[in-house]
Design a protein around this ligand. Structure first.
Ligand code: SF4
Length: 417
């Protein structure tokens, strides 16, 4: 039976504003299976509840799907918690319109049960929702079904399209300093203990699908992108194929990417430069690294820079049992390899399923370094681990302009270059 699903973007964070591309993928997948969908974007709304009411009255949905991109800003000093505003929207939709609400998005994966309960939503999909929402729709009106939380995975979303961009919809984002984005894959095979994506199933999109997404933007006059993958270089061969197709397409774009240490070579960096990449943000952390990790970081930075790419390092450090000598050693290494900038963060946001969280909870001494909502063991409200505070970090950095302490000011790397 076909359903009508109203997809709501409640994300109103403007530093920078981020288009709801997850909803665009879900909308296209729903329509491919014969359902109807409409996206209501509240990012720039002047009157949230009127806009929601107008959409519900005109579209008459059977169900509301709501994306939770982030629970909070993840930064300690300038933290903004988003769930209370989202909860008000969920309650409005349920009480005024009598509709059921399903939540999805990256934020849900941080604690599906906890977020579902906090928001008073009816159902949740943790993980990619493109395929799972079809399965959910087959069951959601079955009174026998008691299941509330569904585990998202990519059954056929690897070739999933995306609801086409329109000039009016994206213009607001461009005018407010935002840029368009696209995905090449879901998931990450790395094991970073502080990351909710760690060891998640990897599914690549067809290169031709990615090209047609980019082309739709270029055709309506937009050519500036940020890759929405956690890290571009999950697979070197795929990354090279993608960049080769982009180069051969002749599309003239500029784009910024996230990458991790590993899965790179000179050919990839030259292709990135040739296809308009102006910034690589490299994810680096100091937790229990293998002996060759730091030489990989060094080779990455020198090879990327010699290919003409700017490299900004995002460096997470100050993990349990690490001392100041270790941090000083890392800072000296960055001084030696000299990327374009290093953002240093010693305040680590904890989530319930993370390995770092269980390590900390088992050790009373480490628990003494928790900050924020330290009695909330659901970790829905922000809890941070920190034992090297900003004052100490400032002393270690000693005014060196290479480094920037993350979280003091708003913004992301591409808005700073
Ligand atoms: S490489 Fe990036 S996305 Fe992957 S687990 Fe580590 S931090 Fe997460």
């Amino acid at each position: 039976m076909p359903y009508k699903v109203l997809l709501v973007n409640p994300n109103r964070y403007l530093s920078p504003p981020v288009p709801p591309i997850g909803l665009e993928y879900v909308a296209a997948c729903l329509e491919k299976k014969g359902h109807k969908s409409e996206i209501i974007d509240l990012c720039f709304s002047k009157d949230l509840y009127k806009d929601i009411d107008d959409s519900v009255i005109s579209f008459k949905p059977d169900l509301v799907g709501l994306t939770v991109r982030n629970v909070d800003t993840v930064l300690y000093h300038t933290n903004e918690f988003f769930l209370d505003d989202i909860k008000d929207i969920v309650n409005h939709v349920k009480s005024k319109h009598g509709l059921k609400v399903i939540i999805g998005g990256t934020g849900v994966s941080t604690n599906p049960e906890g977020i579902l309960e906090y928001l008073n939503a009816d159902f949740a999909i943790a993980g990619p929702a493109e395929s799972e929402i079809q399965w959910f729709l087959n069951k959601f009106q079955n009174p026998e079904s008691k299941k509330k939380i569904f585990k998202g995975n990519c059954r056929d979303c690897v070739s999933c399209n995306r609801k086409p961009a329109t000039t009016t919809y994206y213009k607001k984002y461009f005018d407010a300093g935002g840029i368009a984005g696209f995905e090449t894959h879901k998931g990450c095979s790395s094991s970073c203990i502080y990351c909710i994506e760690a060891n998640s199933k990897v599914s690549f999109k067809g290169v031709e699908n990615v090209m047609s997404e980019i082309k739709r933007f270029v055709d309506i006059g937009y050519n500036h992108f940020h890759l929405c993958d956690s890290e571009l270089n999950e697979n070197l061969e795929y990354s090279i194929d993608l960049c080769t197709a982009l180069k051969n397409s002749g599309m003239n774009i500029k784009w910024a990417v996230y990458m991790k240490p590993g899965n790179f070579n000179k050919k990839l960096f030259i292709l990135l430069k040739d296809t308009g990449v102006y910034l690589v943000t490299l994810t680096v952390d100091s937790w229990q690294k293998s002996p060759d990790y730091w030489s990989i970081v060094e080779n990455f930075v020198s090879s990327a820079k010699s290919s003409g790419l700017k490299v900004a390092v995002d460096f997470l450090t100050g993990f349990p049992y690490e001392d100041e000598d270790k941090l000083s050693w890392c800072l000296d290494l960055f001084r030696k390899i000299n990327p374009d900038s290093v953002g240093v963060n010693t305040y680590i946001r904890l989530y319930k399923p993370l390995r770092i969280t269980s390590i900390i909870l088992k050790d009373a001494k480490l628990r003494g370094n928790l900050l924020g909502n330290i009695d909330d063991r659901t970790f829905v409200k922000p809890v941070f681990y920190n034992h090297i505070n900003t004052e100490k970090l400032n002393q270690l950095i000693n005014g060196d302009a290479l480094f920037r302490i993350e979280g003091i000011e708003k913004g992301v790397n591409y808005t700073r270059v």
